[in-house]
Design a protein around this ligand. Structure first.
Ligand SMILES: Nc1ncnc2c1ncn2[C@@H]1O[C@H](COP(=O)(O)OP(=O)(O)OP(=O)(O)O)[C@@H](O)[C@H]1O
Ligand SMILES: [Mg+2]
Length: 281
């Protein structure tokens, strides 16, 4: 397939996405009344309007009538993509995750699609149902989808289109029933343009899309908000009004780095600098 030739040919994909948008608009109101899903979403600390809109969309996308659509969560490392996947899987449990990085060809097929008894040396004698059938009617979370080699991308596309898998050594395909959620910290559209990610697969996994943002892009108030949530959860010393998150103290913009910083602060290994309006992020 010539991916480059297809990059600009997105009219079909656009009208397909228009239909999805209509479905989304129909149910937004009802989804937002569900308080149990709100309690999961409330684990995601934010005061940022764009992030709140993203969480609202995730709550909506968890609704039954949208569960037939695949969701792609894009965002930098450590910015809560897995938390968003949890919101999405609220009504499609269990949530089972599998990392797409570093899967060899044999592993990709046998782990995801399963295998028949005696399909290869070292196989379990009774065979294996594989990840996608083991998820049942739950949510299959395929993490780091941008790391999937091109050869595997074609196989995954077929699975998403047909909603069946062909276990290694089997003759007939077997139906699957899971909902698909994908995540990546790569720029997939750029990869499509460079030819390292299939355009058809990109549109198939991205029927509904959600984006998480770097903490730094959301400003110092957002850093304080997430820091306070972590501190409350860990029962650490609350942040003083004069304590400050400067460029030097917080360079990475992800929540894991922030947690590490706060742990060091709690252990007395570092002190946050005094608030100084001039140097505020
Ligand atoms: N806004 C947030 N509020 C509270 N906790 C958060 C928030 N964002 C992330 N976290 C926490 O930060 C940690 C990292 O989040 P998570 O694993 O969901 O990130 P990720 O985007 O999947 O990262 P990666 O790309 O590295 O897989 C988790 O412990 C998560 O609970
Ligand atoms: Mg993750």
């Amino acid at each position: 397939m010539n991916i480059h030739a297809n990059v600009l040919n997105t009219t079909a994909a656009d009208s397909f996405l228009d239909n999805i948008r209509k479905d989304v608009l129909k149910i937004t109101g009802d989804a937002l009344k569900d308080s149990s899903i709100h309690s999961i979403a409330s684990c995601y600390a934010t005061q940022d309007p764009a992030t709140k809109r993203m969480l609202t969309a995730a709550i909506t996308y968890a609704e039954e009538s949208l569960q037939k659509y695949n969701v792609l969560i894009e965002g930098p490392s450590g910015t809560g993509k897995e938390l968003v996947a949890r919101i999405l899987s609220h009504k499609r449990k269990p949530l089972k995750a599998m990392n797409m990085a570093g899967l060899t060809d044999t592993l990709f097929q046998s782990e995801l699609f399963g295998y028949m008894p005696g399909a290869f040396t070292g196989a379990k004698s009774r065979g294996d149902v594989g990840f996608l059938r083991a998820v049942g009617k739950g949510t299959a979370f395929l993490d780091e989808i941008g790391e999937l080699p091109l050869a595997h991308q074609a196989k995954l596309l077929r699975v998403l289109q047909d909603k069946t898998v062909l276990p290694v050594g089997a003759v007939d395909p077997v139906p699957i029933q899971c909902r698909f959620v994908f995540a990546t910290n790569r720029d997939l559209l750029k990869m499509v343009k460079e030819g390292s990610f299939r355009e058809d697969l990109y549109f198939r996994i991205n029927e509904l899309g959600l984006k998480t943002f770097s903490l730094k892009d959301r400003g110092v108030q957002e850093i304080r908000c997430v820091a306070s949530a972590i501190i409350a959860e860990e029962n650490w010393t609350p942040i003083g009004e004069r304590e400050h998150f400067s460029d030097e103290t917080f360079t990475f913009g992800n929540v894991r780095a922030l947690r590490n910083l706060l742990l060091k602060r709690e252990l007395g290994e570092i002190e946050l600098p005094e608030y100084d309006k001039e140097n505020e992020l």
